[in-house]
Write a protein that binds this ligand. Structure first.
Ligand code: SF4
Length: 317
């Protein structure tokens, strides 16, 4: 029997680097093509103006100062000595190339780094930016991972979410990222109002088939003033129960390649203007419920990972 029932990021980092490694969030001024009019103006239906940078330092601070301040915090609190610089909020590759280059070089100049992690959209990844990152990786002996907001593989739901891209752009980005030896991380929300249990399972199957290295899960949170918030207040959709969500996560994990590392099982919503987040309980309670459920059902990540490489040919004489 497995001792942990899913492939946890903290264990993976210790195994890979021989010690605990901490992510230093960096917040750069920027926007997103789904907000500034290039692709759309409203943004994704659940997104507020902060673009998921709510736990970051102000974006007016220079990158190296944010890194320095966060390092002090992590060193003091956790006695940390190795770090990954994490460009977190908004779309960190949706900026002019020279600014992107400067930001990355500032991060790469740190001497106690294991790697750099860049969060972006699938349609904001191209060969020019990736080739530059490849140079940085080689020159500084750093690991690079690119985190892609996908949310779901259901392209009909992606339209409802107003993502401004479909599944195809995600597949293209993953191929380009992996071709350079970087790790790809997919961000998913397993309880979008237009998705069901089958979609959750298909998320696991598509990510496994593509061979992404990391997954981040987040349950849906609803913020007042967003299009989703308005729909929620008008009663136009219902969020599935916590019990159903736990079952969904469990089915997702069962079908996920056991090699894929779960960077995050449960996320936190922003602190302000929340209409709904994690069923009104703390994120760690949701995490515990998922872990308890896996235990009770005696199931684990990869239990049903048997569908690639010609499943129908298994046993064929
Ligand atoms: S891609 Fe990200 S930053 Fe842009 S609108 Fe959607 S959630 Fe917000």
């Amino acid at each position: 029997m497995k001792t942990t029932r899913y492939n946890q990021y903290s264990d993976h980092l210790i195994e890979k680097y021989g010690e605990k490694v901490y992510k230093l969030p960096v917040n750069i001024p920027g926007t997103c093509p789904n907000r500034d009019g290039k692709l759309g103006k409203g943004g994704c239906v659940f997104c507020d103006e902060q673009g998921s940078g709510f736990d970051c330092l102000p974006n007016t601070m220079p990158v190296k100062h944010q890194i320095a301040e966060n390092k002090v915090f992590f060193r003091k609190r956790f006695n940390a000595s190795k770090f990954i610089v994490y460009f977190q909020a908004f779309t960190n590759t949706y900026i002019p190339f020279d600014r992107f280059r400067k930001n990355i070089l500032e991060a790469a100049a740190e001497n106690d780094l294991a790697g750099i992690s860049v969060s972006t959209r699938p349609d904001c990844v191209n060969d020019r930016y990736l080739d530059f990152l490849l140079e940085v990786k080689g020159n500084n002996n750093l690991d690079i991972d690119i985190e892609l907001g996908l949310q779901t593989v259901n392209y009909h739901t992606l339209t409802q979410v107003n993502r401004g891209h479909t599944l195809a752009e995600f597949i293209d980005a993953v191929y380009r990222i992996k071709a350079r030896g970087f790790a790809a991380c997919a961000h998913l929300i397993l309880n979008l109002p237009w998705d069901n249990h089958v979609d959750a399972v298909e998320n696991a199957k598509v990510l496994s088939a593509l061979g992404v290295e990391y997954v981040k899960l987040h349950s849906l949170y609803v913020i007042r003033g967003t299009p989703l918030g308005d729909m929620y207040e008008r009663g136009e959709f219902k969020i599935i129960s916590l019990g159903d969500y736990v079952e969904r996560v469990s089915s997702f994990l069962e079908c996920l390649d056991p090699k894929i590392v779960i960077q995050r099982l449960v996320g936190k919503g922003p602190r302000e203007n929340l209409l709904f987040s994690n069923w009104g309980v703390s994120w760690w309670l949701v995490k515990k419920k998922i872990e308890d459920y896996l235990e009770e059902k005696n199931t684990y990540q990869g239990k049903k990972f048997d569908y690639l490489n010609g499943k129908a040919l298994i046993g064929m004489p």
